[in-house]
Design a protein around this ligand. Sequence first.
Ligand code: PHE
Length: 414
Amino acid sequence: MIPTAGYRIPHFPQENPVNLNTWRGLRVAFLALALIAFAACDKGKKGDGGGGGSTGGGASATGPIKIGHFASMTGPQATFGISTDQAIRLAIKERNAKGGVKGRKIELVTIDDAGKQSEAATAVTRLINDDHVVAVLGEVASSLSLAGGPIAQKAKIPMISPSSTNPDVTDIGDYVFRVCFLDDFQGWVDAKFAKDNLKATKAAILYDQAQAYSSGLADYFDKAFKDLGGTIVTKQAYTGGNLEISSQLQSIKGSGAEVVFLPGYYSDAGTIIRKAREAGITAPFLGGDGWDSEELPKIAGDAINGNYFSNHYAPEEDRPEVKNFVENFKKEYGKTADGLAALGYDAALVLFDAMERAPSLSGKDLRDALAATKGFTGVTGTFSIDENRNAQKSAVIIEYKGGKQTMAARIEKK
Ligand code: PHE
């Protein structure tokens, strides 16, 4: 059989920090081959979608247990995929050093989706049909989980999103889980912080209309801020990657907003904040977890200081799980783990825990074991998987000061 090619990187090197150019180069170099291989594989795959989990990559074999990861290793959200993948690989390395799961080693297959919905769907199909993974980890971005999730659901292979916060993601079906909080909660956290800590009564909203995450979070913030007695003075939209937004910025400037809620992804948010300051907007910006990237302060420059965003964890937290993780991640990759890494690590640990408890690694048994996860203590806190396959957790607010992140507040569940 023609080997699966393209941006499928089964042995992503964990020792070396990822060079984005290498990733791009690989993608281009293999693209032609990928198309041929994909077409060839696709022919033999017809009618194969229903039961990928019962054989092959692990369910009944004795070799390594294969798990899949679909992620934006390249593209406008590349740091999301890279951080998550690094943390999952660290979790696997640590677990394999202790003997793996059910006495078997764990092996990760990562497929790059480049941050595109069509590629996310293809990636999940290939992980299940070609690699026969027992479970899928991913995606980060909600729109990409919404694209890949239905494929895992149809094949009855459990999928765990580490970090997609849009409520619709787990509504896909009973095989789709997440280990992060949801955006109805996150929107409320941001509104509460704006009201109580920033003492704002008037807020502007500027959101990315192309992302389910951003438009959903904008709506949740809008509602929560009003419920808390505040006023939304203007609500403006942009489309990710297209930042001709001077008219939106002018509207915000003239609106009297005391805070600007900007629930977008880091590459757009960094540029928008810089442009807003140049346009004379002085109100603080407040974002959601989508700001979480080491690239954000590089893109925004000095303009990043004095702004805030909600997130899933703070590396400076004093819990043993956080300290160990931050130390080991730093040893492995030479940098501080971000929230994506913390959630990727927790998603992998939740999966190992369920795999160990499940009577077999069939999709059904693994699904049931995941659904029974209770009181799990990870890097991002202690949580249970509820009846809707979601995790309920607290959030932190991070402030940028002197180009660095510091924890400004922790906000507990409503
Ligand atoms: N919550 C974002 C989404 O659902 C993804 C994200 C999570 C980004 C955590 C950064 C950090 O799209």
